[in-house]
Design a binder for this molecule. Structure first.
Ligand SMILES: [Zn+2]
Length: 475
């Protein structure tokens, strides 16, 4: 009996060789750039390195302020600290300054709160110019009791104490690292475990009030996405950003007990196709059927195949716009559609999704790709490419004027008399009626909602949307 168990264990270990070598809940770094230059933090311990490593334990409910300043000039090589402080006092009334301790003595740095701010006086030759772009900005950190530290080319690390770290109004699990960056902003990076990260993602990607099995499917999709995309923002100094560009992350402030339970109950589980971590794309609503990836992005992916989802609640959307604004938006995006008078679906791609829209105008026929039409008419209102088009008159009734009805004449030049071109009447409104929300590839979140309501578990949900996949536990 014991031997048999060892054989099973050996087999499982052999199977896992090709998978990413991760055995413990890994850390992930989530970053964003602050638009404002001041950040306040409360509690914890801060550490930074200038010549040596410094650290400071902050009392509970204390705050530190961080402000980016652009060095504009500096007076270096001041031998005594008293001389540097005396010089600083004489400048303080006019300009922010900091005294830096250097290996060769002291340095008085003149700072500018705004990147392009110029010195208010003529620079004297003794000031060494600090050229923008050549030096990063400095971070001025003010601790309680007005103690300050100036960091140049260095990060400040904030470790949580008994209380988690709070930056502005958001509370974070894990550690916060602050860096001045080359784009003259302050980059904040939250370093925390993958599972803690997911607790701050799932409630932002799916309503926490939905059933647990749907939330668990969302947790798997989000975890798989994060494992596969980790390092996407490596050039910015973190793994993933906190916006929908990667995945919406709201940190501890946004956590909900139900979504946290879904993360906990699926701990370490990711979706694999063979031994490859899948690209677990998802969208809000499929409109009854998901799509093959090649119809949306061009590349064939074996596990991103169209599947029918009759369990998805039926939802439609309407985007109605005046004919005048429709014509204006088209020309603003560069389509040659002068005096448009007719709009219709030109062709369908798959599952009722439109390939392009045909627009007849005085300039002839123009074909607008459906994705481009969404962008023209606002993606949040025009929710998908699965739609039909109607033209309406000013009573919102179907527009049915005969073409080239002489109801409108268009004046062309006045050389040797007037030429009049008869143009068709235009409708008053155009209306797009559609189903679905988003790109339609991979998991439909409303589909997960419907499947969970009908009694399917999260594994069934994942396997319905991603063809031929398996679920493996990594940690
Ligand atoms: Zn991103």
């Amino acid at each position: 009996m014991k031997v048999a168990w060892w054989l099973v264990l050996g087999f499982v270990l052999a199977m896992s060789v090709n998978l990413p070598a991760v055995s413990a809940n890994p850390n992930i770094a989530i970053g964003w750039n602050e638009r404002h230059l001041k950040v306040s933090l409360s509690g914890g311990e801060v550490a930074w390195r200038s010549d040596v490593l410094h650290s400071k334990v902050l009392p509970a409910n204390s705050e530190i302020q961080l402000q980016l300043m652009a060095p504009r000039a500096s007076l270096g090589e001041i031998s005594s600290q008293n001389a540097a402080l005396w010089l600083q006092r004489s400048f303080m009334a006019h300009w922010p300054t900091r005294v830096l301790s250097m290996a060769s003595g002291y340095n008085l740095m003149l700072l500018a709160p705004e990147p392009n701010q110029r010195l208010p006086w003529e620079a004297v030759p003794t000031y060494l110019p600090w050229l923008p772009g050549q030096q990063p900005r400095v971070l001025v950190v003010t601790f309680p009791r007005d103690e300050t530290v100036v960091l140049r080319d260095a990060s400040m690390v904030v470790n949580p104490g008994p209380n988690p770290v709070k930056v502005a109004k958001t509370t974070f699990r894990g550690q916060i690292v602050l860096n001045p960056n080359r784009r003259e902003m302050l980059t904040s990076v939250n370093v925390l475990s993958m599972e803690d990260y997911l607790r701050g993602v799932v409630p932002n990607e799916m309503p926490a009030a939905w059933s647990l099995e749907a939330l668990k499917a969302q947790a798997l999709a989000a975890r798989t996405y994060a494992v596969r995309q980790k390092g996407r923002h490596e050039a910015d100094g973190f793994d993933l950003c906190s916006t929908i560009h990667c995945q919406a992350y709201g940190a501890l402030t946004s956590e909900h007990p139900r979504s946290s339970q879904a993360v906990l109950e699926t701990r370490g589980e990711i979706i694999l196709h063979g031994n490859i971590v899948i690209d677990a794309v998802y969208h809000a609503h499929a409109g009854g059927q998901t799509r093959n990836s090649e119809h949306v992005w061009g590349g064939v992916t074996p596990y991103l195949k169209a599947v029918s989802i009759p369990e998805e609640p039926v939802m439609t959307w309407t985007r109605r716009i005046t004919w005048k604004e429709f014509a204006e938006r088209l020309s603003a995006r560069g389509f040659r559609a002068h005096y448009p008078y007719q709009v219709a679906v030109h062709n369908l791609v798959d599952a009722g999704h439109v390939g392009s829209v045909r627009i007849n105008s005085a300039s002839g026929e123009a074909f607008v790709p459906a994705a481009e039409m969404r962008a023209t008419l606002d993606r949040t209102l025009m929710r998908s490419t699965k739609f039909s088009v109607r033209e309406l008159d000013d009573l919102l009734l179907p527009f049915s004027a005969p073409l080239y009805q002489p109801a409108f004449s268009y004046e062309v030049g006045n050389f040797a008399g007037l030429y009049h071109v008869l143009l068709p009447r235009q409708p008053s409104f155009v209306e797009f009626i559609g189903q679905g929300h988003g790109h339609g590839v991979g998991m439909s979140q409303w589909g997960a909602f419907g499947l969970a309501r009908d009694g399917y578990n999260y594994r069934d949900i994942i396997k319905r949307f991603y063809t031929g996949v398996r679920i493996a536990r990594m940690w």
